[in-house]
Ligand binder design. Structure first.
Ligand code: COA
Length: 398
C-alpha cells in the first residue's frame, strides 16, 4: 500500500437543534450589556434541542444525507464521539446504526475526550482507511453543551452534530499525515457521572487551551510540519468564537509570526459564522468551523488549511489538510444554512423550561411528544431503555 495514498474527508454534513435562543434574550434576562456576548465572547445565539432530540437523533440526521449520497456499502466502521453520552456502557452509535439501517457487518464504538473526541475519531478513521483503502469510515461528533443556569458557562451552550465520511481519494479535504500533539492533566472543564451539566473553570480553561495550542504547535514543528505561513486559513475548536481569536493570536506569537488584529481576522474569516449562531457543540465545534470555511470562502482548491482541536482535561492536536480541487460540488451550503435558519426562536422562560427537563429515572414508561419534526426522534424511555423513532415509521403508523 502506498504511504502517500491520500485519505481524508469525502463528505461533511451537520445539523443542529430545533430551537434557538438569541443572546439578546439572555442579556435582557440577566440585565447585562448584549455586547458582552456579541463582542466579548463572540456569540449571537445558541441552539437548544427540543425534548424529542438528543445526540442520537442529531447524529442520525447529520449522517443520513451522507449515506443518501454515497451509500453505505463501503462503511465498515462507525466512530461516534461525544461528551453527552446517553449510556455508560452502550455506544450511542449503535442507536444511530439502527436508525440509519446500516449493515450488521459494522464496527461501532464511542469515543470520549471532551471536545477533542471527533478528532481522535477522524485520525483513527484515517488509520483504518490506510490499512484497507477499499473501506470508508463514518465519523460523527454530536453534542449538547449544557451548563448550570446562571453560571458564566450558560452563555456558551449550544448543540450540533457533524457527520463525515472518511475514505481514500477524498473529495473535500486530504489530511496531512503530520500531527502535533499535547496532553496535560488539568481540571478546566469536566462532568462527573452524576451531573447533567458540565462544570467549567472558564479562566483556567482559556489558559489551558492556550497552553495546549503552544504545546501542540511545538510538537507539530518538531515533527516536520508545514510552516505557519503556508496555511491559507485556520479552523479552531470554538467553545465561543472569541476563543479562536485568542488562540490564533497566541499561536502566531509562539511561531514568531507578527500578526496584526486585521491579519488574525483574515486568518479566521469565514470559520466562525456557524459557531456564532449555534454556540458550542463540543466535539462538532471544530468541524462546524471547517464547514463554515468551506461554505463561505472563495475557492480554496489546492490550499492547505490548519486545524486545531482542543478537548479540556486536556488534549490538543494541530494538523493540516489540503482542500481538494472540485470540492465545491460536494458542499452542502444550502442545507447547512437552512438548518441554522429554520430553528424556532424561543424566549428565556421557554429555554429555561427545556433546560430543566429531565428524563424519568424510575424505569417506568415515559412518552415524549413529537415536537422537532426531524427525520428521527426520541420517542420515550421505557424500562430504562431509550426508544427512538423515524419520520417514516411515524408516517406509516399515523
Ligand atoms: N462589551 C464588550 N466586551 C465585553 C463587555 C461589553 N459590554 N463586557 C464584557 N466584555 C468582554 C470581557 O472584557 C471579556 O473579554 P476578554 O476575554 O477578552 O477579557 C469577555 O467579554 C468575557 O467577559 P467575562 O467577564 O470574562 O465573562 P464571564 O466571566 O461571563 O466568562 C467565559 C466568559 C467564556 C469564561 C464563560 O462563558 C465560560 O466559562 N464559558 C465556558 C468556556 C468553555 O467551554 N471552556 C471549555 C472548553 S475550551
Amino acid at each position: 500500500m502506498s504511504p502517500t495514498l491520500p485519505v481524508g474527508i469525502h463528505d461533511l454534513c451537520f445539523t443542529t437543534g430545533y430551537y434557538v435562543l438569541d443572546h439578546n434574550e439572555m442579556a435582557r434576562h440577566y440585565g447585562v450589556d448584549p455586547d458582552k456576548y456579541r463582542l466579548g465572547i463572540g456569540q449571537d445565539s445558541m441552539s437548544v434541542p427540543a425534548p424529542d432530540e438528543d445526540i442520537v437523533t442529531m447524529a442520525a440526521a447529520a449522517a443520513q444525507p451522507v449515506l443518501a449520497r454515497h451509500g453505505a456499502d463501503t462503511i465498515r466502521t462507525v466512530l461516534l464521539a461525544t461528551e453527552t453520552g446517553v449510556d455508560q456502557a452502550k455506544a450511542a452509535g449503535l442507536f444511530v446504526h439502527a436508525l440509519l439501517g446500516l449493515p450488521s457487518s459494522t464496527r461501532v464504538v464511542e469515543l470520549k475526550q471532551a471536545c477533542y473526541g471527533a478528532t481522535a475519531a477522524l485520525q483513527l478513521a484515517a488509520g483504518l482507511v490506510y490499512r484497507d483503502p477499499t473501506q470508508s469510515v463514518l465519523v460523527i461528533g454530536t453534542d449538547i453543551a449544557r451548563y448550570d443556569l446562571g453560571s458564566p458557562g450558560e452563555a456558551t451552550e449550544g448543540a450540533a452534530a457533524v457527520a463525515m465520511l472518511v475514505r481514500a481519494a477524498p473529495a473535500v479535504l486530504r489530511l496531512d499525515s503530520t500531527s502535533g500533539l499535547y496532553a496535560n492533566d488539568v481540571m478546566d472543564f469536566w462532568r462527573p457521572n452524576y451531573r447533567a451539566t458540565a462544570l467549567v473553570d472558564g479562566k483556567t480553561s482559556i489558559e489551558a487551551y492556550l497552553q495546549a495550542v503552544q504545546g501542540a504547535w511545538k510538537d507539530y514543528a518538531e515533527q516536520g510540519g508545514r510552516p505557519l505561513e503556508e496555511f491559507e486559513a485556520f479552523c479552531y475548536h470554538q467553545p465561543f468564537t472569541k476563543m479562536a481569536h485568542k488562540a490564533h493570536r497566541h499561536l502566531a506569537a509562539c511561531a514568531g509570526l507578527g500578526q496584526s488584529d486585521a491579519d488574525i481576522r483574515a486568518a479566521l474569516r469565514h470559520t466562525t459564522s456557524y459557531n456564532r449562531l449555534i454556540g458550542n457543540s463540543y466535539t462538532a465545534s471544530l468541524y462546524l468551523a471547517l464547514a463554515s470555511l468551506l461554505d463561505h470562502s472563495e475557492d480554496l482548491s489546492g490550499k492547505p488549511i490548519a486545524m486545531l482541536s482542543y478537548g479540556s482535561g486536556s488534549i490538543a492536536e494541530f494538523f493540516g489538510g489540503t482542500v481538494v480541487p472540485g470540492y465545491r460540488e460536494q458542499l452542502r451550503t444550502a442545507a447547512h444554512q437552512e438548518a441554522v435558519r429554520r430553528r424556532v426562536p424561543i424566549g428565556y422562560a421557554e429555554y429555561r423550561a427545556l433546560h430543566e427537563r429531565a428524563l424519568v429515572t424510575d424505569g417506568g414508561e415515559h412518552l415524549i411528544e413529537a415536537e422537532s419534526g426531524g427525520p428521527f426522534r426520541l420517542a420515550g424511555i421505557r424500562g430504562h431503555k431509550r426508544v427512538y423513532d423515524t419520520a417514516d415509521r411515524r408516517t406509516a403508523t399515523a
